[in-house]
Design a protein around this ligand. Structure first.
Ligand code: UD1
Length: 367
């Protein structure tokens, strides 16, 4: 069997790493293509190093562009590569433009498509990622889901249940593997509480008045505790364009994007995380760190239902109220999420090798 993996953006790398490792252990022939959607060393290269991902066999070097241009460029550059390497299956990860572009190219070449992190739905089609999820799942032959709600979403959309495999969360595989190694990567004074912030979604950073209001609320919080803000390149650009740098000081610190282990160390010790990321909602839930999500909805409802995640929406008074609640030590009751156990990639490997033990809703196949 020959498997082609296509990755492109930062959140793909921690999902692909454990799958590549599990398939390598099983002796499967693999080809890794990086689309080049993320190209800065601190958004890509350092993740390959820390996650111990083999160097890509090919980098398509597509870079930035509008959604249509970026997607089209990935498709045009990937098509001859996939046609030439003739894999038995392509694995695509998550919901970024590279994911959907690769699914489109490979399904038209009649290469079977496996989607890792299938079935997540925010039911918000203003998010480009939601469009990518819908298209990718419709085109996929194998849908590897992280949680039971994803299976339900897919079945509601008429996907054949026989294609759906509830395997758990591959991002948590990487976290479980590397958590012991992040101890030496602390970079803030762990004895003082701090809040960790990330923001990059268009809904937050492309709206000037809202971004200004949000940063003012963070400046307010920084009077009580240090606020650490590793900033995505698009967010840094908006802050500069809007002249908002003046809000930052030694208690509200703007950092470059952090490498994986450094960011994990920051998350683990944070008093709270304030974010609009998808994956961070999952990581904080696993780590038991309170997470305030600056979005109206989430494609990861299990983190709200069972985990530490609270949806804040576009509501500064609510953000402040939730911050107060955390500062007062009021904790939410949480439960572990089934199959977020560090072994999701092994279950994917077993499925691909024809020894599948999973069925929709996680029922074991009777022996
Ligand atoms: C992408 C994903 C998003 C994911 C995020 C994580 C899509 C539709 N979105 O959003 O789901 O949560 O990655 O980071 O695929 N840029 C750089 N250097 C880089 C990469 C990007 O400077 O290495 C800047 C460029 O100005 C670019 C902008 O960031 O135009 C946006 O990059 P892009 O890959 O289009 O989307 P993200 O916002 O990163």
């Amino acid at each position: 069997m020959h498997i082609l993996h296509v990755v492109g953006a930062r959140p793909n790398f921690m999902k692909a790493a454990p799958v590549l490792a599990a398939l390598a252990k099983a002796g499967v022939r693999q080809t890794l293509v990086h689309t080049g959607q993320h190209y800065d060393a601190n958004m890509s290269e350092v993740f390959f190093q820390q996650l111990e991902i083999p160097a890509p066999d090919l980098n398509l070097g597509v870079g930035s562009g509008s959604h249509a241009c970026q997607t089209a460029e990935i498709m045009a550059r990937l098509e001859p590569v996939a046609a030439d390497c003739k894999p038995d299956l392509v694995l695509v990860y998550g919901d970024v433009n590279s994911t959907m572009a690769a699914a489109l190219v490979c399904s038209k070449l009649q290469v079977r498509v496996g989607h890792v992190e299938a079935g997540l739905r925010s039911y918000d089609r203003t998010m480009p990622e939601e469009i990518n999820r819908l298209v990718t799942d419709q085109l996929s032959d194998l849908l590897f889901t992280p949680s039971a709600d994803a299976d339900e979403n897919l079945q509601r959309e008429g996907i054949n249940p026989g294609k759906i495999h509830l395997v758990g969360n591959v991002m948590i595989d990487t976290l479980v593997r590397l958590l012991p190694r992040c101890a030496e990567h602390g970079e803030v004074n762990a004895s003082r509480p701090y809040a960790l912030v990330t923001l990059h979604r268009p809904s937050n950073v492309d709206n000037g008045p809202w971004l200004r209001a949000l940063l003012r609320a963070l400046a307010e919080l920084s009077r009580e505790m240090e606020v650490v803000f590793p900033v995505h390149p698009r967010t840094r650009q908006r802050i500069t364009d809007l002249g908002l740098q003046t809000l930052f000081n030694s208690h509200l610190r703007l950092l470059d994007p952090r490498p994986y282990l450094d960011f994990l160390a920051l998350q683990r010790r944070a008093a709270m995380v304030i974010t609009d990321s998808g994956g961070i909602q999952e990581e904080t839930t696993f780590l038991g760190v309170p997470c305030l999500t600056l979005r109206e909805n989430t494609e990861r409802p299990v983190t709200v239902k069972l985990g530490t995640n609270v949806l804040i929406g576009r509501d500064i008074p609510r953000l402040n109220a939730e911050i107060r609640r955390i500062l007062a030590g009021e904790t939410r009751k949480t439960s572990p999420i089934p199959l977020w156990d560090g072994h999701a990639a092994e279950r994917i490997s077993e499925c691909l090798l024809g020894r599948c033990q999973t069925r929709p809703q996680g029922r074991k196949v009777p022996a």
